[in-house]
Design a protein around this ligand. Structure first.
Ligand code: UDP
Length: 249
């Protein structure tokens, strides 16, 4: 597996099968595997916030989530085998979990959402063992108790859907204590899989235009999209060697 770097953030060139194999190895050997879905927004956040950048680089597997990552790879001459999205990998991993009898824990989103996702996944993948669910709204005081509860349930896979960087901060802070082999941040995936939010139609997904659908259905996301033009500019500057990254902060 080849590891590239896009504007200072590592991104792995891999397929869904590669990711599944690594997860299987991690569950069997109990060797921790933190999976981070990389998109342009996270890369820009890492550039702007050095501390966050260091935290994110502590992950073990960096999947090329956004279409922007594949575009940047093409411009910078870094080949990615395929786009591996967080939500599709999450689904593929729960399917495999049902097959392998792995226990999954779903943490995040508004109260009731993770339970709904668990029910839907269990009817889609019969036999899926859900070790537990919890919403993503808790105080720092409640956090300790929650961590102890998750640990007690001994999940093999922990999916955290609290948005970025909250979910990454949680995983980074507690992954050792939790002793869960596989941790993965899944952003707003629980909202989509619970039916609370609509996912873009298949043809838009295939064209890599899922973001345009999200913008259309949630116009408030426009502010978050401001990272994208900066990302494009930085990639082009890097390509043509106009400016070093440090000077761009
Ligand atoms: N969320 C949460 N706890 C918080 C803030 C947000 O569990 O303190 C959840 C929120 O309910 C939503 C998800 O995190 O389900 C964030 O979704 P978004 O689409 O913003 O995430 P992205 O995929 O863009 O990182």
């Amino acid at each position: 597996m080849e590891r590239h770097e896009i504007l200072g953030t590592p991104v792995d060139s891999l397929t869904y099968e590669d990711a599944l194999r690594l997860v299987k190895e991690s569950v069997e050997s109990r060797r921790p595997l933190w999976i981070l879905a990389v998109n342009p927004e996270k890369i820009i956040k890492a550039i702007d916030n050095e501390k966050l950048g260091r935290l994110l680089s502590g992950a073990d597997l960096f999947i090329p989530d956004g279409i922007g990552i594949l575009w940047a790879g093409r411009i910078l001459g870094k080949r990615f085998l395929e786009r591996v999205t967080g939500v599709d990998l999450f689904i593929a991993l729960t399917e495999e979990a049902a097959r392998q009898n792995w226990r999954v824990y779903l943490l995040g989103a508004a109260p009731g959402v993770a339970e709904e996702v668990a029910c839907r996944l269990q009817s889609r993948f019969p036999g899926l063992q859900v070790a537990g669910t919890h919403d993503g709204y808790f105080s720092r005081e409640e956090e300790k108790e929650l961590v102890a509860r998750i640990k007690k349930e001994k999940p093999d896979l922990l999916f955290v859907g609290m948005g970025s960087p909250k979910q990454e901060e949680f995983v980074s802070r507690y992954r050792k204590e939790l002793e869960v082999p596989v941790c993965m941040g899944v952003g707003g995936s629980f909202d989509v899989l619970s039916g609370k939010k609509k996912r873009a139609p298949r043809f838009l997904q295939q064209l890599g235009l899922e973001w345009s659908f999200r913008l259309f259905t949630e116009p408030s996301r426009i502010l978050r999209m401001k990272a994208l033009p900066r990302f494009i500019l930085l990639v082009l500057r890097k390509k043509f060697g106009l400016l070093k990254l440090e000077e761009d902060k």
